[in-house]
Unconditional design. Structure first.
Length: 455
């Protein structure tokens, strides 16, 4: 038999074609799926990716070919998301929750659902063995598509936490479609604050957490697979299970995937030269693609960093007048994993989104977390509880004159945070070395026929 013919024979319980389906036009939802697909690539003969038109450039950035099912952003007002993240307190509760639903979420959901028939046609052509999809607002549609194909589905969620109140500090969740829900939202906000305070008290009493690593950490004794649907969690879920299970209620029915390596793409040579040829430590600042931080707050932070002789690299897609100095460099886009892996970088200032937290831990970088909304608050809390981050509530912080004191405290705690970040970086790499990725589908796919096993 020729080598190519041997390679074409499927291995027992192997995946012939993995279809990666992301229906949300947000890189933060696509990248975790790409990371899983990249890591299990050796067990998969073929990977096919289906995304909205808006994510095609992102897939191409990482060298991935994909199919698109149409644009989902027409008539979707992204400006209201920025306004929502800039608002605080009662303003966010009274006005922007409602705007976020009527001007953003509802039109987005309508556009995506209009593309379901195109997705179904693409899946018919691809003929996947298994589907990997994002468990977000379109999880029901993903399950129906998998059922239509007659194949199992891996539903991915960025956290294994059951009681995730992502907007604890922002007075209200994004789940309120109208003003009649204000009282309920306000009650949820107060309840969230009390829960957070309770967790802090319990955490303080528990002291330092010490848990030994075991092979069974990926799925405990109570883990049960649910037919052709396997719910999985990645990111920092395994660290949360190991270190924060005494203050969090975790989903025991969800398979926990270890933190995976960051996806790499080429960095600009000018940025690379600036990082390596300058003198002094570098502080990297990035708030992702949606959050636009307060110029007043960011300028105050940059001035404090520069006054301490630090170089500052700022990634921002916005055209905003920030502090200009010879030690400060501004970029519209950078390869974040490459920057965080650079030896000159000593601190990551971020909105503390899930992707930012994962990449910081993988690279062993301490964080200054400035959350603005959605899951930022939860991720910032996780960073602080794990000992790798300090939290500054960005959209509420009005006392700029206190910034020097905050920065002074940050640098006093930086050595211990950096040491802890390096420890966690080594730990997550050991988790990955232990994990057998075939566990994801070993009970979902039928065993190979007897003749095939004999060959």
């Amino acid at each position: 038999m020729q080598d190519r013919e041997i390679e074409a024979i499927p291995k027992p319980r192997s995946v012939g074609c993995l279809a990666v389906l992301c229906m949300t036009p947000d890189p933060g939802h696509l990248i975790p799926l790409l990371k899983i697909a990249a890591y299990i690539r050796e067990h998969v003969r073929e990977v096919q990716i289906i995304v909205p038109d808006e994510l095609q450039h992102m897939a191409a950035l990482y060298g991935v070919q994909c199919h698109t099912f149409g644009a989902v952003k027409p008539n979707v007002d992204y400006a209201c998301v920025e306004a929502y993240l800039r608002a605080s307190g009662i303003a966010r509760l009274l006005k922007y929750n409602r705007l976020l639903h009527h001007e953003f979420l509802i039109p987005l959901m309508r556009n995506v659902r209009n593309g379901v028939d195109k997705i179904r046609d693409l899946l018919d052509v691809i003929s996947p063995t298994i589907i990997l999809a994002d468990e977000h607002i379109f999880s029901r549609e993903c399950i129906r598509l998998a059922e239509g194909c007659g194949v199992p589905i891996l539903l991915h969620k960025i956290t294994a936490h059951l009681e995730l109140n992502t907007d604890t500090f922002s007075f209200g969740s994004i789940d309120a479609p109208d003003l009649r829900y204000l009282v309920r939202d306000f009650g949820k906000a107060i309840s969230g604050e009390l829960k957070f305070l309770g967790r802090r008290l319990i955490s303080a009493k528990a002291g330092r957490r010490r848990l030994e690593f075991e092979r069974s950490i990926f799925c405990g004794d109570s883990f049960v697979r649910n037919g052709n649907i396997l719910k999985i969690a990645s990111g920092t879920s395994l660290l949360e299970k190991l270190y924060l299970s005494d203050v969090l209620k975790l989903d025991q029915q969800r398979f926990v995937v270890p933190l995976l390596p960051s996806l790499q793409c080429s960095a600009r040579q000018e940025t690379y030269d600036w990082l390596n040829n300058g003198h002094g430590d570098v502080i990297y600042i990035s708030f992702g693609t949606v959050v636009v931080p307060s110029p007043k707050l960011l300028n105050s932070l940059i001035k404090e960093f520069v006054s301490r002789g630090k170089r500052v690299l700022v990634q921002t897609p916005a055209i905003t007048e920030y502090h200009k100095h010879g030690l400060v460099r501004y970029e519209r886009w950078v390869s974040q994993p490459t920057v965080l892996a650079n030896a000159a970088v000593k601190l990551f200032v971020s909105h503390s989104g899930a992707g930012a937290l994962q990449e910081a831990i993988w690279a062993g970088q301490p964080m200054l977390c400035i959350p603005h909304g959605f899951d930022h608050y939860y991720c910032a809390w996780v960073a602080r509880e794990l000992g790798v981050g300090m939290v500054l509530n960005g959209h509420r912080f009005q006392f700029i004159n206190l910034i020097p004191k905050k920065v002074g405290r940050l640098f006093s705690e930086l050595p211990s945070m950096a040491k802890r970040a390096q420890q966690l970086s080594m730990e997550v790499r050991s988790h990955l070395h232990t994990w057998n990725s075939r566990d994801l589908w070993k009970d979902l796919l039928p065993a190979a026929p007897a003749q095939e096993r004999m060959s």
